[in-house]
Ligand binder design. Structure first.
Ligand code: CTP
Ligand code: MG
Length: 181
């Protein structure tokens, strides 16, 4: 069932979404690269990747995943979950939210590294990369512990860019982002 696959996909990727979105609100301050340039004379990562955003994104994303697993273990939730999502229990352990969050941040940081190398300034939109960098990083690292069914990966590749654009529009309207993408 399509709805069930979408719900499974979203429950899997939830911590990565939180890890990717929370730095927009909680980030700022000292950039991770310390303001330094790479050998090509351009910034290593740029001012959009901060220490606070990365640390808090990792902690908040992991914590969100722990809460999710905890709630999932409650007997009242399990029967409801079985009926809707098709999984009574969390199919993964605590490592998955930790590695999803870490992978999401690393994927996004790696994309910034690439963007600086090709000369794109901080915040310059890079369609495709901006929506999928964190997703690919998250799935890659989390798959060490739990490899999602293929249908979930496909669903996430389609759904994530749409949700990303929608949420960035909301963040822009609320004043957290300077561009609506
Ligand atoms: N952010 C952060 N630390 C991170 C990731 C994001 O502090 N590791 C914050 C920054 O304030 C950043 C905002 O979240 O400006 C939006 O993130 P993103 O779109 O990834 O950064 P950009 O500013 O667009 O920079 P880049 O061009 O490098 O992607
Ligand atoms: Mg950006």
């Amino acid at each position: 069932m399509v709805i069930q696959t979408i719900l499974q996909a979203l429950s899997f990727i939830f911590p990565a979404y939180v890890a990717n979105a929370s730095p927009v609100v909680l980030g700022g301050g000292t950039p991770m690269d310390g303001g330094k340039n790479f050998v090509d004379g351009k910034r290593i990562l740029g001012d959009g990747k901060t220490i606070r955003g990365t640390v808090l994104g990792f902690l908040v994303g992991s914590f969100a995943g722990f809460i999710q697993i905890f709630v999932w273990e409650q007997p009242m939730i399990q029967s409801l979950s079985q009926k809707t999502i098709g999984w009574a229990h969390s199919p993964w352990g605590w490592e998955v939210p930790v590695f999803l969050s870490l992978g999401a941040l690393l994927g996004d940081i790696f994309a910034s590294f690439l963007k600086r190398r090709i000369g794109y300034k901080r915040g310059m939109p890079t369609p495709g990369l901006d929506q999928l960098d964190f997703l690919v990083g998250a799935i890659l690292l989390a798959s060490i512990f739990w490899f999602p069914p293929f249908r979930i990966i496909i669903t996430l590749l389609v759904l994530t860019p749409l949700l990303h654009l929608g949420l960035n529009m909301v963040a822009y309207r609320l004043g957290f982002k300077s561009e609506p993408y």
